[in-house]
Design a protein around this ligand. Structure first.
Ligand SMILES: C[S@@+](CC[C@H](N)C(=O)[O-])C[C@H]1O[C@@H](n2cnc3c(N)ncnc32)[C@H](O)[C@@H]1O
Length: 241
């Protein structure tokens, strides 16, 4: 099976000029040839929304949901230009799954992008040869109450923007409250930026509000967060019991 977005990141062409990308590939080939155990894997935190390790995690978590025939569709809350969503749609199509991908975003945060974020997202799917998912534009408070699918088998919450951690934790809690009742048994919810320093050790904690929100939300529930290795970024998931 072609794990395209793991072995070859889909957006390296977008964020990096061709010369730089091929120089890095050349250096990494040299490292492999010399058996040094080194590799250059640059991340620009203002442009890159996930790491290779996280892409591997998304691939296997969604693949598992599909293989286990968990009921429901796939959603992402905070899709920006679709870097994670491309992987999710790729897995759905590779597995010929009937699951529909729904993307929710206000599309008003640009980071370093220019022009319409929605258009960039659509073009990324077209250029990758993937079906464009259903887009639900607006603030979560406007879209989630009426525009979620009936049942959810996989959710990715990634609504960080580096802002105030308490304000952010409220948004994450709101998302969790809305989607949890619709998650099927065995469904998976991945929380971008969930960082438990006791497990992960020291690292750049981009959005500490995520852990605050999840821990508060799960404190009276049977589910527990499972931290996954994400290299430069953090994330974790829980499985609906
Ligand atoms: C870090 S980006 C998501 C990156 C994306 N998952 C990817 O892989 O490219 C966070 C996104 O969350 C969205 N967002 C944050 N708070 C929101 C809210 N209350 N309602 C709707 N969208 C929101 C922002 O517009 C932004 O596009």
């Amino acid at each position: 099976m072609d794990n395209y977005f793991i072995t070859r990141p889909p957006y390296s062409k977008i964020r990096m000029n061709k010369g730089k990308a091929s120089l890095i590939r050349f250096i990494n080939k040299g490292f492999r040839y010399l058996k040094l155990g080194l590799a250059i894997n640059p991340i620009d935190t203002a442009v890159d929304m996930n790491t290779i390790e996280q892409r591997i995690n998304y691939f296997h978590l969604l693949d598992q949901v599909i293989a286990n025939d968990i009921d429901g569709d796939v959603i992402e809350l905070g899709c920006f230009t679709g870097q994670c969503a491309l992987i999710l749609q790729k897995v759905i199509e590779q597995r010929r799954s009937p699951k529909q991908l729904y993307l929710y975003d206000s599309f008003d945060i640009k980071f370093r992008e220019t022009g319409s974020i929605e258009e960039v997202l659509k073009n990324n799917f077209v250029n990758a040869g993937l079906k464009v998912p259903l887009l639900k534009k607006g603030f979560f408070e406007e879209t989630l109450p009426t525009m979620l699918p009936e049942k959810i088998s996989f959710a990715h919450i990634d609504c960080g923007f580096g802002g105030d951690k308490i304000a952010h934790s409220k948004v994450v809690q709101y998302c969790l409250n809305e989607i949890y009742p619709k998650m099927s048994l065995g469904a998976i919810c991945v929380l971008m930026d969930y960082n438990d320093p006791e497990i992960n050790g020291v690292g750049h904690d981009a959005n500490p509000g995520v852990k605050i929100a999840c821990d508060e939300f799960l404190k009276d529930k049977p589910e527990e967060m499972v931290c996954l290795y994400g290299n430069q970024f953090f994330h974790a998931y829980f499985r609906k019991l």
